[in-house]
Each structure stands twice: as C-alpha cells, then as structure tokens.
Design a protein around this ligand. Structure first.
Ligand SMILES: [Zn+2]
Ligand SMILES: [Zn+2]
Length: 327
C-alpha cells in the first residue's frame, strides 16, 4: 500500500489532465489502493521490439561504428604488426570477446521490451477483467491510454508507459526498464572493460614505439599511426569514464530498488523496498551464476503487442483515476 503522498500525486496528475469523470474527486484517501504492478502484465505478441526513433537509431549506429573503429585500430595498427605473436593472440582474443559481448548486450538492450504496458487497455472491459476489489483505484495514463501499474512511467520517445522505467537511453535506442536493465548494465560494463583494455594497449604500444623504430612498429605511416592511436585513446578515455559512471549508477539503482526517474521526482520510499541482493537477483534473472554476465542468458528477446491492434476491445474510459465501486 502506498503512502498518501503518492495518492495525492496521482490524483493531482489526473486533475491536471482534464478528468471528466464524477465521484473520484471526493475519494477518501483510505479507499485509494493503487493497483499492484503484478496485476497488469505486458501482453505477448508476435512483433519484435524496436523503437523507430531517428535520433536513437543514429546514436545506436554511432555506438557500433566506434566499437568497430576501436577494433580496427587494435587489430591493424597495434596487434597484427607486432612481433610478439603471443601478445597479439592473447590481446586480440580478449579484445574481440569483450567487444562481441558489448555489442551483443547492446542488441539485447535495444531489442528487448523494457516492460511496456499494453497501449490503449484503459477500457471498462479490461478493468472488469482485472477483478479488483471494491474501493481499489487504478490510474490511466492520459498519453497512451493504458492502465498504469505501480512504478510505471510514460516515455515520450517510446510513446508507452514502461514498468520501473529508469531512463530513455538514445545510445541503445530504448528505454531502460524492468525487463532489459540487465542487458543495459552488461552493455555499460563491457564497454568500460573494452575501453580500459584498449587504453592499456595504446599505452604499451606508445612505449614500444618510443623504444623501437617508429617506421617498424606499425604498418601505417608514423603520422597516421599517431593520429589513429590518439583518437582511440580519446575514445577509450571518454567511454571508460562515461560507462563506468553509468554502470555504478545502474547497480546503485538496482541495489536501492529505486529508479533514476523516481530519484529525480523524489518518489522515493513510497513502496516496500526489496533488499539489495534480492533486487540484484530479480534484475539479473536468478541466483548468482556466470549467466549474470551473459547477454544471451536469462530473458529472451521479449516481444511487444502489435501497434494497431487494441489489446482490449471497447471505448477508452475518460477518467484518469478510476475507482472500483464499493457495491
Ligand atoms: Zn503512458
Ligand atoms: Zn523510452
């Protein structure tokens, strides 16, 4: 059960959106029992989850190009011309495994339904099908006309309400929510590791080239080698800092059972918080195991409902705050 603060917040929100229904404005606080997020679940359908947002698609493509650029410099500027075969094989394998896991996590974060609530399900028929208790209150999102589960927020890019939405990330062209947070955490972790690895290799390569003849330490000309290495150094440093901070923030969010939006809006402490370890197990899909680090394990690529097929037939109700009648 939520605190009165939250009830007021949602009731005020309903008023602000021009609620036309009668009877809800004079509800007693004790009667308003928010619907549990477990009651409303995302419907499965055959369409693949992908957000058609130009900015997001461009950012996601840039992410891939930057990883491919790093791979090119690591392989063709540093490792292949190297005389030390063991050094090249070990570092080449490690770098490519990390880069592959980073890109796989990126695809999973992008193509997984973050926990979207079915669009347009705010119908009388659907609310009746929930079989709620008299006096219970549900909230409608006025933007996507869905019945909002607890802790769901509307994303203006995805045009959907997303359960436990943390933020919308253009770099993965998707919202980070309840169902894809693991993949986003893995993406930030592998990008941080791949950046650190490439930075260390650049430092070793510079040291090696300063000691040796510059013309022999790369198959490219010395000026081209320096430019390519400096660009990689800059990219690695930038992404190491950015993704490390993001990784830390995400793990902190999971541990404290508090999303980025909830922290921003000051909506903290109005739900029964799950202990840190339990929250981690929920987010990563089970008890601690190597599958926590695998973008292929756990959650399968979830599919969202088709855009134009109404989830529940019937006219959309007008009220933003709906109370189940007592009788
Ligand atoms: Zn919405
Ligand atoms: Zn979004």
């Amino acid at each position: 059960m939520k605190s009165p603060v939250h009830r007021c917040r949602d009731v005020e929100h309903g008023r602000g959106q021009g609620r036309t229904g009668s009877g809800t404005s004079c509800l007693q606080a004790e009667q308003r029992i928010p619907i549990s997020k477990d009651v409303i679940t995302s419907s499965a359908a055959s369409a693949m989850w992908f957000i058609r947002d130009v900015c997001g698609i461009v950012c996601a493509a840039i992410t891939w190009l930057l990883v491919l650029y790093a791979d090119f410099v690591v392989l063709f500027v540093m490792l292949l011309p190297s005389k030390n075969l063991t050094y090249s094989i070990v570092n080449g394998t490690l770098f490519n495994i990390l880069a592959f896991l980073a890109l796989a996590s990126h695809i999973r974060a992008m193509c997984t339904d973050p926990g979207a609530v079915p669009k347009g399900n705010a119908t009388k028929e659907y609310i009746e099908s929930l079989q709620l208790k008299p006096g219970q209150v549900v909230y409608k999102c006025p933007k996507c006309c869905s019945i909002k589960p607890d802790r769901a927020h509307h994303c203006s890019v995805c045009k959907r309400c997303v359960r436990k939405m943390d933020h919308h990330c253009p770099w993965v062209n998707n919202c980070v929510g309840e169902s894809n947070q693991k993949y986003f955490v893995l993406f930030t972790m592998y990008i941080a590791l791949v950046s650190l690895h490439s930075l260390l290799m650049v430092i070793f390569h510079f040291l090696y080239c300063f000691e040796d003849d510059w013309t022999k330490c790369s198959s490219f000309s010395p000026p081209a080698t320096v430019i390519l290495l400096i660009l990689l150094c800059f990219e690695g440093l930038l992404f190491l800092v950015f993704t490390s901070v993001m990784f830390g923030t995400q793990v902190h969010s999971i541990c404290t059972d508090e999303t980025g939006i909830e922290r921003l809006k000051g909506e903290t402490g109005r739900w029964g918080k799950v202990p840190c370890w339990e929250a981690m197990q929920t987010a990563f899909g089970g008890p601690l195991s190597p599958s926590w680090c695998s973008p292929f394990a756990g959650l399968s690529c979830k599919e969202g409902p088709p855009e134009h097929v109404p989830v529940h037939q019937g006219p959309i109700i007008e009220e933003d705050v709906i109370e189940i009648p007592l009788s």
